[in-house]
Design a protein around this ligand. Sequence first.
Ligand code: 5OB
Length: 236
Amino acid sequence: MIAAAVRIDVLSIFPSYFDGLTLSLLGKAQDAGILDLNVRDLRDWTYDRHRTVDDTPYGGGAGMVMKPEPWGVALDELATASERPTIIFPSPAGEVFTQATARDLATREHLIFGCGRYEGIDERVFEYADTVGEVRLISLGDYVLNGGEVATMAMIEAIGRLIPGVVGNPESLVEESHEDGLLEYPSYTKPSMWRDRAVPDVLLSGNHAAIATWRREQQLERTARRRPDLLSEQDD
Ligand code: 5OB
């Protein structure tokens, strides 16, 4: 029995942002049939001469709001591809994306990313989307972006590499920063002396137990110094 590909649809008014996702690891996963990535132009679901996707906000205020109609027709079409897709709207007002979020989303068979621009999307789109799928509003962190595209790309890269078969050597997944809630240990390669800087002796010792102990100490020390917040949330 061959596992079905994970399907990821992206709705954006700037689909060419996503051209880079066909490169490297995720491009190979698409060629191998593990990942079925479809980037679609939201304007394909507009039916006026100017392919309008935005309008002025009710109640006044700065900027433009994305109209609900193109989103509704696009979501109706894309949602039929599976039983109940997970529909992600990148938003600075959403839950913060973490490795735990990536692990959760990597188990879903169909993800739809809706990339907002301008001052946001008409609120009724989120309510409607929750009737054809499971809606998640997800933030990349507490800073301002111009739209959901870059956040979506970051999430697809983080999720995509966790899909079974995408990363050739699954052991390389568990040693990454954040996978065990700690930062990664430092890495070195040849030459053993470079510009008067030596590689730590223990790494040249051949003593694998001592190396493992040293690496763990380095992880804990770095995490305490750079990201003390991670130590208080161990195991989530
Ligand atoms: N800022 N995460 C942090 C984000 C964000 C802005 C977004 C989407 C996700 O769209 C404007």
